[in-house]
Write a protein that binds this ligand. Structure first.
Ligand SMILES: Cc1cc2nc3c(=O)[nH]c(=O)nc-3n(C[C@H](O)[C@H](O)[C@H](O)COP(=O)(O)O)c2cc1C
Length: 189
């Protein structure tokens, strides 16, 4: 069983990108041998990071639970809107709260979301760099979601079937990498 954790990176009121996180959670859960859970950064509501995990004076129960969830994950999907050419401050703040070990040698698929036409490629590329910084393996195939409100409804259902091809490719490639890393398969298949 592959345990995926989707990190939903927008904490903005009336956010649009969360619908993509909801969709991916349902989608991954429908795959054989895959289980997905979601960390909603709006719910996690972590303060601005003031010290490293190891030095933090007191870990609250909620903070420890989040750390355990990361530790027990085999693979991640980071979903963020593009804000001013990058991912959200909330996502960076969240990642900075935890030891790199939580992500070490694990795959991260990045998903950038925008209401604009381009889908936030700069946000996606910056997320891939962040994944490398925490010693994770960034999946080369990023998922870019332009004009998000025309592609997903607020519950996460796809409303534009032409987008299914990109979604399928992303999930297929992430599943392959996650499976390969978990089982250390050396194969070209
Ligand atoms: C602070 C801010 C900066 C933004 N910068 C970009 C940007 O660089 N590129 C882009 O395509 N859209 C940008 N947008 C528009 C977002 O794509 C749009 O607001 C989207 O709904 C944001 O996701 P969210 O609703 O989940 O917060 C920006 C929006 C905000 C609030």
């Amino acid at each position: 069983m592959l345990n995926y954790t989707i990190i939903s990176g927008s904490i903005r009121q009336n956010r649009n990108s969360h619908r993509v996180s909801l969709h991916l959670m349902e989608r991954i859960n429908s795959e054989p041998n895959s289980k997905a859970q979601l960390i909603d950064l709006a719910e996690a509501n972590l303060p601005v990071m003031t010290d490293l995990w190891d030095k933090h004076p007191q870990h609250t129960e909620a903070y420890t639970k989040l750390a355990d969830t990361l530790k027990n994950s085999d693979a991640f999907i980071w979903v963020s809107p593009e804000y001013n050419g990058s991912y959200t401050a909330a996502l960076k703040n969240f990642i900075d709260h935890f030891p790199k070990q939580a992500f070490y040698r694990k795959p991260v698929g990045v998903v950038s979301v925008s209401t604009g036409a381009l889908g936030g490629i700069r946000g996606a590329m910056n997320m891939q760099e962040l994944a490398l910084a925490v010693q994770a393996y960034a999946l080369p195939q990023m998922l870019l979601v332009p004009q998000v409100t025309a592609k997903f409804d607020s519950a996460g259902a796809v409303t534009d079937e032409t987008f299914s091809k990109q979604l399928n490719l992303f999930v297929t490639e992430l599943t392959w990498l996650s499976d390969a890393l978990k089982n250390k398969v050396d194969s070209n298949q």
